[in-house]
Design a protein around this ligand. Structure first.
Ligand SMILES: *Cc1c(COP(=O)(O)O)cnc(C)c1O
Length: 382
């Protein structure tokens, strides 16, 4: 029996699931995880808070995650200087669930979502999964948002949901606040629509958070995650900041008790260690900048990065280059952006291993670097 023989929804036929290769390689720099495991005192604190939660597991968890949302709001207020209260914050199992709840509320059958690609492939996948038709918007050759083309696409398609990923995955490109404002205004002029700014990597950015743009813009949402900066991808905790009415709206689609008591307790323990965890972020930013400089010195083109990963190229055949780097024991990501690969900033030792690997690829006479051959068509997930 094949999937397509099942009576599945038409828009799912022929689609591929999200899937970065999970290969057993010693240096894994392909999924933008934080390379630092949680510090032992935090592990002990998680055990303590989870034990306390375990005493009440016969009961459903706090459906509204009040304590957690209060602490997330305090984190946002403290790190951006823009005051948020718990009524303006909502949490879910990863920012992917946040995005799904938003699409279930503001997208759906007969509605559309637009994003500027290449970008995070889950924006399109979650849109399709909620019956929302997906519109692929353009970018400039340097991967910044092509504002004129973007405004034209918004006017033409009048999407119900607009995605702005800043810093953008897989390119690392941040979007300037005035560009976001222009896109928001254009989207509202076309029809009242939800604008989602995905700030999964904002803690790694040279630029400030776009959070203050929420002031006076009830149709704007900023989504965040503890998967990257907090080094807690395994926790599955994402959140949004928006007008309190948006938080009320997603209550219409969220599953009751969606966020387990264990998840809430663990996330609260992590938030107690915010300063320690943000210290790792500083180290990773310095490592990212070191790898950018080293790659440029080796003669690679590197897209300016505001994230914990780097897009580099150009390759005549990026898949062959991906394989050549893998053959040297380092797993990076081929996102299917013709000519480019993406590497996550790891520990200093991992980054050195990566730089050694690309140095030999650069020196090798194999035809992997940009040259006469056309690049492979896009196919893989971001
Ligand atoms: C990694 C990533 C996320 C995080 O998803 P979680 O579900 O919170 O782990 C969200 N958006 C983008 C652009 C990402 O790259």
């Amino acid at each position: 029996m094949r999937i397509d023989d099942l009576p599945i929804r038409d828009e799912l036929r022929g689609q591929s699931p999200y899937g970065a290769p999970q290969l057993d390689v010693s240096v894994q720099l392909n999924t933008n995880e934080n390379p630092y495991s949680l510090p032992e005192p935090l592990v002990a604190r998680i055990a303590e808070r989870v034990a306390e939660a375990a005493r009440h597991l016969n009961r459903y968890p706090d459906r509204d995650a009040v304590e957690l949302r209060t602490e997330l709001a305090a984190y946002l207020t403290r790190t951006t200087g823009f005051e948020r209260s718990r009524e303006q914050v909502w949490a879910a199992n990863g920012s992917n669930e946040i995005l799904q709840q938003l699409l279930q509320t503001f997208g759906g059958t007969g509605r559309s979502a637009l994003g500027f690609e290449p970008s995070y492939s889950m924006h399109a996948l979650i849109s399709r999964g909620t019956g929302t038709s997906w519109i692929s918007g353009p970018r400039n050759d340097d991967f910044t948002v092509d504002l004129d083309a973007a405004l034209a696409a918004i006017a033409e398609h009048r999407p119900n949901v607009l995605f702005i990923c800043s810093p953008n995955n897989p390119t690392g490109t941040a979007v300037a606040a005035d560009t976001v404002l222009a896109l928001y205004e254009a989207a509202q002029a076309a029809r009242p629509s939800l604008v989602i700014v995905d700030e999964a990597y904002v803690e790694f950015s040279h630029r400030a958070s776009l959070l203050p743009l929420l002031e006076g813009r009830p149709n704007l949402v900023v989504s965040r995650t503890m998967s990257k900066a907090f080094g807690a991808a395994g926790l599955r905790l994402g959140y949004l900041a928006a007008d309190a009415a948006v938080v009320d709206a997603v209550q219409l689609v969220r599953l009751p008790y969606h966020l387990s008591a264990v998840t809430q307790a663990t996330a609260l323990a992590c938030l107690e260690f915010t300063d320690t965890l943000l210290g790792y972020v500083q180290q990773l930013k310095a490592e990212r900048d070191r790898v950018v400089d080293a790659l440029r010195e080796l003669g690679f083109e590197v897209t300016d990065s505001d994230a914990n990963f780097i897009q580099f190229g150009r390759f005549a055949d990026s898949h062959a280059a991906w394989q050549a780097i893998l053959d040297r024991g380092v797993l990076v990501r081929d996102n299917g952006v013709p000519g480019w690969l993406r590497v996550t900033a790891g520990t200093p030792a991992e980054n050195d291993a990566f730089l050694d690997a690309v140095r030999t690829v650069r020196m090798s006479p194999t035809p992997t670097l940009a040259g006469a051959r056309p690049a492979r068509a896009a196919s893989q997930e971001l």
